[in-house]
Design a protein around this ligand. Structure first.
Ligand code: DAH
Length: 360
């Protein structure tokens, strides 16, 4: 079998030189394909006599195996090279900012919660949370609203069902965020500065009331906190929240069982041409309740009123959202009408922060 060495050299060189998978396949066909050079030589074995055939057959088989192995190795190497090339050219900069795609909107209530969290965080307030199903002790008693107190009726409370003989403490859907004051002080003690935004529930339904709505509670307890700190904090908040250069607040004496003294706070505004403007005009609009935390409330939460004092306030989130964004009907907030959500909703990924602008 002369010429096998040359044949071997020829094909091994061709394999090594094949620049791509298509060229390699051509080499395979011309050597090992049906009409390939090696295959034809294999066929010739049939015409040899048996002793010749044995020797030639073994040599040819070895050559065939060698070329086959070279083809496979080259194929793998070409595959690796192709993959490396792809990895080199197809890359993605994962540090690029995301391209916002509108797949829904942020509800005005969520937006306003983010806004007020950003504002109060800037003043050193942390966010505290409490359960929406609350024991009546946290919702009422600890806040200086004893069982016979008329404020319990005012609250239009949803009570949780209890079977006769069930003597677990009565539970309610919390009627305000004030119980979070108690939980936060009991857990953390004083000094403390927290806000607690969240859902609250009252049995009420008309154009300005829904059975579920949102409040934000504020609480600041320290050694020498006064009404002056309360006033400054609320003014700063309103200025930042309504995005106006100045606001004027009016404190009206009021009564809440959990504060002494208590004040309701109005903001100066105008209603010219049906359009609300905050910070100017000759009208006043009530926006929140507040006061100095009652000593009994501090005591209920395990804070010594001889050493600590502070202010608290409670504000309706839905209401300030309506005022800021000119949304007329409260009930629409909770109807999940997509057209309403598209109209009044905010772009996702547009997180409010004080430096970048709250609502822009
Ligand atoms: N909890 C009151 C309500 O739901 C609002 C409120 C008034 C909260 C005065 C306070 C406060 O913290 O000091 O109507």
């Amino acid at each position: 079998m002369d010429g096998l060495a040359a044949l071997k050299a020829k094909y091994l060189t061709a394999v090594a030189d094949a620049a791509g998978e298509a060229a390699l396949e051509e080499v395979r066909l011309s050597a090992l394909g049906k009409k390939g050079e090696i295959s034809l030589k294999m066929r010739d074995l049939g015409q040899m006599d048996p002793s010749q055939r044995q020797a030639a057959g073994a040599t040819l088989n070895a050559l065939k195996d060698e070329i086959d192995a070279a083809l496979r190795a080259r194929k793998a190497a070409l595959g690796d090279a192709a993959l490396n090339e792809r990895l080199r050219t197809e890359w993605l900069d994962v540090t690029l900012p995301a391209r916002p795609r509108r797949i829904g909107t942020i509800h005005p209530v969520s937006q306003v919660m983010e806004e007020l969290t950003a504002i109060f965080a800037d003043m050193g307030f942390a966010v505290a949370e409490g359960p929406q199903v609350e024991s009546d002790w946290y919702n009422f008693d600890a806040l200086n609203i004893p069982p016979e107190h008329p404020a319990r009726q005012e609250h239009d409370t949803f009570f949780l069902h209890r079977d006769p003989g069930d003597n677990r403490p009565p539970h309610v859907l919390r009627t305000h965020t004030s119980p979070v004051q108690i939980r936060a002080m009991a857990a953390q003690g004083a000094p403390i500065r927290v806000i607690a935004p969240g859902r609250v529930y009252r049995m009420d339904m008309d154009q300005t009331h829904t059975p579920m709505f949102h409040q934000v509670e504020g609480l600041a307890i320290d050694r020498d906190i006064s009404m002056a700190n309360l006033k400054w904090t609320l003014e700063e908040f309103c200025r930042a929240f309504f995005e106006v250069p100045s606001v004027e607040l009016r404190f009206r004496a009021s009564h809440f069982p959990f504060t002494e003294p208590s004040a309701e706070v109005d903001i100066r505004c105008s209603w010219e041409g049906g359009q609300l403007k905050i910070g100017q005009g000759d009208k006043w609009m009530e926006i929140l309740g507040s006061g100095m935390v009652h000593p009994k409330v501090l005591t209920a939460a395990g804070v010594d009123p001889a050493k600590w004092q502070g202010f608290a306030f409670g504000m309706g989130i839905d209401r300030i959202a309506m005022l800021k964004y000119g949304i007329p009907d409260l009930r629409a907030f909770f109807e999940s009408d997509l057209r309403w959500l598209r109209h009044y909703g905010f772009a996702a990924l547009d997180m409010p922060d004080l430096a970048g602008g709250l609502s822009s």
